[in-house]
Design a protein around this ligand. Structure first.
Ligand code: MF3
Ligand code: CO
Length: 251
């Protein structure tokens, strides 16, 4: 599938989708506390998304059974919410959510610490978030796609963390996953040339230990192979001639 350039109308719809998703994450941040289950987070997230007249895009996507991916501690992404999984003080919780507004998608993820967390965990969360911002410094027309990947890699590498390679970012628009794939690690090639109107989901997934990941028997939950903590940060962005517009963040 070719990389699509969005029209002005499509961009307006994606801006609206992004705003709603940003609000959803802000609400969920306030909701997270020790004692609730990961299913409580999913229910709350679905309720917020639907209250804006949006559809949670992950629900039933390739059979995924929930609206919000809730990935705790050594879970990297795609954790399946469960009423048996109770959040506790000191956990780090990655929430990944997607919404569809009038046929257009937005996709974003955040990692939150619950109560008091270790300084090492806080650092991992901060570096993962910052790596997104380092990457998108290169997300402008005329640059190449892998300038983003290389910038994320160059920023993260000195911390000694493992950059997940088995999962990548992606184009987004009328589908959740569109071309191109956006790796978060160094590439030998330059990748496609970025053009105004491209919309991308950039999503570094960073492990405190090694980069290797494994899939649990539920066929969804991705965990670090060495059991180390993992963080995830993602936004949907719009490429322009100038600075990128971060659609899924209220600034
Ligand atoms: N942000 C995730 C991604 O880009 C979406 C979760 S996949 C789903 O792959 F199946 F849970 F929807
Ligand atoms: Co995504």
């Amino acid at each position: 599938m070719a990389v699509t350039i969005k029209s002005a109308r499509e961009i307006e719809l994606m801006k609206e989708a992004g705003k709603i998703l940003a609000k959803t994450h802000d609400e969920l941040e306030k909701f997270i506390r020790p004692g609730i289950s990961t299913l409580d987070i999913d229910r709350k997230g679905e309720e917020i998304i639907r209250s804006f007249g949006c559809i949670p895009s992950f629900l039933n996507y390739n059979g995924y059974p929930a609206s919000i991916c809730v990935s705790v501690n050594d879970e990297v992404v795609h954790g399946i919410p469960s009423r048996h999984h109770i959040i506790k003080e000191g956990d780090i919780v990655s929430l990944d959510a997607g919404v569809i507004y009038k046929g257009y998608h937005s996709d974003a993820a955040r990692t939150w610490g619950v109560g008091e967390i270790s300084p090492e965990a806080a650092k991992l969360i901060e570096v993962t978030k910052q790596s997104f911002f380092e990457g998108i410094k290169y997300a402008k027309a005329g640059n190449h796609l892998y300038d983003i990947s290389n910038a994320i890699d160059a920023y993260v590498r000195p911390f000694g963390y493992g950059i997940v390679q088995d999962l990548v970012g992606h184009g987004i628009g009328s589908h959740l996953h569109e071309d191109p794939e956006i790796p978060n690690f160094r590439q030998k090639r330059r990748g496609i040339k970025l053009q105004p109107g491209m919309t991308l989901a950039v999503e570094p997934m960073i492990n405190m230990g090694r980069c290797d990941v494994a899939w649990l028997d539920d066929d969804w939950t991705v965990v670090t192979e060495d059991g180390s903590l993992s963080a995830h940060y993602e936004n949907t962005i719009l490429i322009t001639e100038d600075e990128p517009v971060i659609l899924s963040l209220i600034q």
